[in-house]
Design a protein around this ligand. Structure first.
Ligand SMILES: [Zn+2]
Length: 306
């Protein structure tokens, strides 16, 4: 198209109109949808944490989810856990992650499922579902625009008998066992939620090392006093053990370029049974995330938040 004065003005007008309507999300502010069902706290570092199952709001006019295959258990105190993480990052490092919280009870919407199962077809619940996913997209985009890449964590709570953190990298019990015992586990690298990290290293980083090596996140958490699998100390859950390997959110957001992520299914005892535990976990988590950024993301942590 020939650029004339007239269509140049039109382009400028459209650009300005878009700029005025596009909302900006500033760290220091907190954003909600119009019903205050989903909360977005923009952060200042390359870490985005979502909390999908800690909500307690049950709008009376929204029917309970009863469609086939739904799970409606609430992940108790995971919202407190996320807020403790922000507090500890601010206190110890002066910067903090972006956090997205769903305050609706899982009985009404499950934001860690695809939209039809998430809402059981209820149109009213599709609105907060979309807002939730849009805010995570926004947080990831903001972190990537500043740092080029980001860590993404979907934070849950599990009620399994074994009191340990279950780190979900989109690999199930059997795949983790095979990976930890094989010499070459590249077959699982491409389907794991760390595939972006491994690919960006030119395959120098090995999945096995990232899951069960001395410098795996799980290994560091165990050393910090929080049992975890996979880790060097506890490389895979046995076939008969219950274990969450990562869900819809981790699968969806780690498909984005330059997003490295995993699910954390926190056990109750010593992690979220009271606020003292939440803050102990937050101390260990933040220290090991900083170590992860230093070791694997090639981002100078001294430059974060500046
Ligand atoms: Zn959950």
């Amino acid at each position: 198209m020939l650029i004339t004065k007239k269509n140049c003005w039109l382009a400028c007008f459209l650009f300005l109109a878009l700029k005025l309507t596009a909302q900006t999300y500033e760290p220091g502010n907190v954003y909600f949808d119009k019903n205050k069902w989903v909360e977005f706290i923009p952060g200042t570092m390359p870490l985005v944490i979502s909390v999908p199952h800690g909500g307690s709001i049950e709008p009376a006019d929204v029917p309970d989810r009863t469609c086939p295959g739904v799970v409606t258990v609430t992940d108790g105190r995971t919202i407190n856990l996320a807020r403790a993480i922000i507090d500890v990052f601010k206190k110890n490092y002066g910067f903090y992650p972006s956090i997205i919280i769903c305050h609706l009870k899982r009985l009404k919407v499950d934001v860690n499922r695809e939209i039809e199962v998430a809402t059981c077809g209820n149109e009213d619940m599709k609105v907060p579902w979309r807002y939730w996913h849009e805010m995570i997209d926004t947080a990831i985009a903001q972190a990537k625009s500043k740092y080029g890449k980001t860590i993404y964590i979907d934070l849950h709570g599990q009620g399994h008998p074994n009191q340990r953190l279950e780190l979900g990298y989109l690999l199930d019990n059997e795949q983790l066992q095979q990976s930890s015992k094989s010499k070459d586990d590249t077959v699982f690298s491409s389907i794991s939620s760390l595939h972006n990290l491994i690919e960006s290293s030119g395959d120098k980083l090995k999945l096995k090392e990232l899951l069960t090596g001395p410098n795996a996140f799980g290994t560091w958490m165990v050393e910090s006093g929080f049992p975890a699998t996979p880790s060097q100390q506890d490389p895979y859950p046995y076939p008969n053990e219950k274990y969450f390997d990562g869900g819809f959110n981790v699968r969806r957001f780690t498909q984005e370029p330059n997003v490295i992520g995993w699910q954390i299914e926190s056990n109750n005892r010593g992690v979220r049974d009271n606020m003292t535990s939440c803050y102990s976990f937050a101390e260990a988590f933040s220290k090991n995330i900083i170590r992860y950024i230093n070791t694997y993301l090639n981002i100078d942590t001294k430059s974060i938040g500046k």
